[in-house]
Design a protein around this ligand. Structure first.
Ligand code: NAD
Length: 452
């Protein structure tokens, strides 16, 4: 049951969704305003790093079931269902910047004017509850001269994929949420998921929009709560990972998203939590829990730098190695990554920063062009007075004392739990004792108490 699908906005979500639906047997045409991106995609070269993406993109391109264009009318004309996957960034006050979503709704409306037949528009971008009804549907109707519910169907279909695992998550979702304007719209959208093995939940438009925010708010809260517990654990010489292992064994809680550390980043949690906080405020409601979730998250970055400053007797003119820049491993994405704030604070406090990341250095250069970028961990660590681990890349697991021996002073602090204690003698974690050869922590006098 193959369908002709167009995807508008070919970023992380759009490209993975497009390639995923093509792999599941549909004809897909992706559209983006970014010409460079489209050229690359048409050469089967993904503009982003994502596991398996290159292989799948090559495969669906070779089969002729996937192509990309900058021509929106061509994309709309050659499809019966369109997914909006453009970015929904934050305004200064945290509220959602609706520029792209509104523009694309107008453009799609214009393109639908001369198209015959029923066409379903699906909002896959994350948008605050009410957006599809207030900021999408009126533009579609005005520009097309057609009625939603008659010639046009509308759905909200939030995406729950995780960057770094995007294709795998897209192809094996826990659930498919379909917010529908009416039954007919929902029926068409459900058809494209017929060969997915996941429960489908059908709701109205606003509820589907809210499900995405509530899910992200819940996950971000688990992380900030783990960090808060971790900060107390640190003072008590307890490894929060052992604590959360015991907590996560409770089936009501689950072991996921309990990893304490430098806090969450990425293009979703910080922006989405800020957007729902702003929405609450606009509705006259003070979101106390979510405000705290954001504050605790920001604070982790400062705690990490304070800890390092403490252990290095000041950061002025010290060389600090930042290992890991991406907000998570297996990704080149640095949007809202803890490394951005951490590097800013290190620079403010007079440190000279050298950095290494297997995938994200080009992206970080756009944020911090004035630090040293190295081609491997060793080069980054050479003559350093301190080291911060900011992403739990698998390759950092293999680092050993031999690698850290090139440092001037071996002050190593993990913002992400990744080092192997049997290979590295002397390090500590932001919320866990780590492995200390001798006591350096201000929290407990007996070094043995800090060793797990
Ligand atoms: P992105 O910034 O990587 O990509 C957005 C794309 O939209 C860009 O390529 C941009 O050029 C394009 N675009 C902007 N205006 C356009 C227009 N008028 N016409 C055509 N293309 C246009 O964003 P992303 O990370 O893919 O996120 C997209 C949406 O999905 C956001 O709402 C985000 O919150 C949500 N989301 C993201 C993730 C994630 O892990 N990245 C997961 C779930 C949901």
């Amino acid at each position: 049951m193959s369908m002709n699908i167009s995807i508008i906005g070919t970023g992380y979500v759009g490209l993975c969704t497009g390639v995923g639906f093509a792999k599941m047997g549909n004809n897909v045409i992706c559209m983006d305003v970014d010409e460079k991106k489209i050229k690359q995609i048409n050469k089967a070269e993904p503009p982003i790093y994502e596991k398996q993406l290159k292989k799948y993109l090559e495969n669906v391109t070779a089969k002729g079931v996937f192509r990309a264009t900058t021509d929106l009318t061509r994309a709309i004309t050659n499809s019966d269902l369109t997914m909006i996957c453009v970015g929904t960034p934050s305004n200064q006050d945290g509220s959602m910047d609706l520029r792209y979503i509104e523009q694309v709704s107008k453009d799609i409306g214009t393109a639908l004017k001369n198209k015959e037949g029923y066409h379903v528009i699906v909002v896959k971008s994350t948008v605050v509850p009410g957006t599809t009804e207030i900021n999408v549907i009126p533009h579609l109707e005005e520009k097309s001269g057609k009625g939603v519910g008659d010639d046009i169907g509308v759905c909200v279909n939030p995406e729950f994929l995780r960057e770094g695992n995007a294709l795998e998550d897209f192809l094996n979702p826990d659930r498919i949420v379909i917010g529908q304007y009416d039954k007919r719209s929902g029926d068409v959208l459900e058809k494209i998921y017929f060969n997915f093995n996941a429960p489908v939940l059908r709701t109205n438009l606003k509820t589907a929009e809210m499900i995405k925010y509530a899910a992200n708010a819940m996950l971000a809260t688990k992380i900030s709560l783990s960090n808060e517990i971790g900060n107390i654990c640190k003072r008590l010489g307890i490894d929060v990972y052992n604590v959360m292992k015991g907590v996560g064994m409770d089936s009501r809680i689950s072991p996921k998203f309990l990893r304490a550390g430098a806090g969450f980043g990425g293009s979703c949690f910080p922006k989405d939590i800020a957007a729902i906080v702003a929405k609450g405020k606009a509705l006259g409601y003070d979101t106390q829990i979510l405000n705290t979730v954001l504050n605790v998250n920001k604070k982790q970055r400062r705690i990490l730098v304070d800890m390092l400053e403490n252990r290095t007797d000041g950061l002025q003119n010290k060389k600090i190695a930042a290992l890991g820049l991406a907000f998570k491993p297996d990704s080149d994405d640095v949007r809202e990554a803890p490394a951005i704030d951490v590097i800013s604070m290190l620079k403010e406090r007079g440190a000279k920063v050298s950095a290494y990341d297997p995938q994200a250095m080009d992206n970080m250069r756009k944020m911090h062009g004035d630090i040293e970028y190295c081609s491997n961990s060793r080069e980054c660590l050479k003559d350093a007075d301190g080291c911060l681990i900011l992403t739990n890349w698998k390759e950092f697991k293999n680092l050993s004392d031999k690698d850290f021996d090139v440092m001037k002073n071996k002050v190593i602090i993990e913002g992400r739990k990744v080092l192997n204690p049997s290979s590295v003698k002397n390090f500590e974690g932001i919320c866990w004792p780590g492995r200390l050869a001798q006591s350096k922590t201000e929290y407990h006098k007996d070094p043995r108490r800090g060793v797990d």
